[in-house]
Write a protein that binds this ligand. Structure first.
Ligand code: NI
Length: 161
């Protein structure tokens, strides 16, 4: 397990489309573990493989407060959305910034787990937002393209108090 270097906005790899994973290998298992380490170290709630320079359709997410197991999504697809939420979003590839993005409030995804077994999962609120944000990364899309209004410092609200 190791911490990988997180690519930041301006790196052209973040705008590329990632390729599906067709077979599980030791290398991909290591990548998954490294991505989890890297996400926790950076105190993020999600990380997509292109953010560590690997153009594969792989995402890790952990936005639970209860210490649930992290979510690993391979070749994820959004199969159902409903509702709407509007709130601030940030990204480890855009350090120190946040901006308002509208996303569906409920999102159902279909993906493979780290044993290449298909599963479906429904997320609401922050998890629904994370599904959308991370899957966008696999298509070379950063949330800054979807921001309504201006990007602002992610510390701004605390500074104002
Ligand atoms: Ni991101």
């Amino acid at each position: 397990m190791a911490i990988r270097n997180i690519r930041v906005m301006g790196d052209p790899i973040l705008n590329k489309t990632s390729k599906p994973i067709t077979e599980m290998t030791d290398k991909i298992q290591t990548l998954i573990d490294d991505m989890l380490d890297t996400m926790y170290e950076a105190q993020g709630v999600g990380l997509a493989a292109p953010q560590v320079g690997i153009l594969k359709r792989l995402v890790v997410i952990d936005c639970s407060m209860e210490g649930d197991d992290p979510i690993v999504l391979i070749n994820p697809e959004i199969i159902e959305v409903s509702g709407e939420q509007c709130g601030d979003e940030g990204c480890l590839s855009v350090p120190g910034k946040a901006g308002q993005v509208t996303r569906p409030n409920k999102v159902k995804v279909r993906a493979l787990d780290r044993h290449m077994k298909e599963f479906e999962m429904e997320g609401e609120g922050l998890l629904a937002r994370a599904f959308c944000h991370e899957i966008d990364h696999l298509d070379g899309i950063l949330y800054v393209e979807k921001v309504e209004g201006e990007l602002h410092s992610s510390m701004a609200e605390e500074d104002e108090e």
